[in-house]
Write a protein that binds this ligand. Structure first.
Ligand code: FES
Length: 208
């Protein structure tokens, strides 16, 4: 059931106190990590006046909006409104929260309730993420990689075993999150260059 979970980033690309925008099934999501390392994926829209929360900043275990500074805690509920420091924010002021998890160095997000888990990618390590200006089917065709029952493209790039996770973006672009078998640095660099060559091939094929 990989369709329920979308790979959105490599875990190393989201450090503690970091926040970044990601896209899941066309929905904007603010992905962030607290000081303690807790991962969260929220609707990328402040309940106050709609500013993107991915433009905000993390302090401790809370995410604050860049516009008027409203801050939100782990459950998505509003903790503080700076313009009214003595006011206890109403419970109704709350950011919609999505499910987020990480395994094998990949961050996954699911919209709605899911009781399943993302696919296991044991024995592989994160290699790189790259944005390709082409749709997933064009990339699959250009790569020659086999698509498994879990929807993940697997095969070899530069003689290194890889798994390629695809995240669709609006307007036909796709982010590839690539994992590879552990190997020496030179082999991993070669695999990384092969990913870049795949990007170019897919983009030229998509433009043809
Ligand atoms: S829009 Fe976010 S605090 Fe005002």
């Amino acid at each position: 059931m990989t369709a329920a979970w979308t790979p959105v980033a490599l875990a190393r690309d989201l450090p503690r106190l970091g926040v970044m925008p990601v896209c899941v099934d066309g929905i904007d999501v603010a992905l962030w990590r607290s000081a303690s390392g807790r991962l969260a994926a929220w609707a990328d829209r402040c309940p106050h006046r709609g500013m993107r929360l991915s433009h905000g900043f993390v302090r401790g275990e809370a995410l604050s909006c860049i516009y008027h500074g409203w801050s939100y805690g782990a459950s998505g509920s509003c903790l503080r409104i700076p313009a009214h420091p003595d006011l206890e924010p109403p419970e109704a002021i709350r950011v919609p929260v999505h499910r987020a998890t990480e395994n094998n160095g990949v961050i996954w997000v699911a919209l709605g309730d899911q009781d399943n888990t993302p696919p296991a990618l044991t024995g592989l390590v994160p290699l790189r993420s790259v944005t390709v200006q082409a749709r997933a089917e064009v990339i699959r065709s250009a790569s020659g990689l086999a698509i498994g029952a879990d929807g993940i493209a697997r095969g070899h790039l530069a003689s290194i075993a890889v798994a390629v996770l695809m995240q669709a973006l609006p307007e036909g672009a796709t982010v590839l999150h690539v994992l590879a078998e552990p190997a020496d640095p030179a082999a991993l660099i070669a695999a990384s260059r092969a990913v870049e060559a795949l990007r170019r091939a897919a983009e030229s094929k998509g433009a043809a």
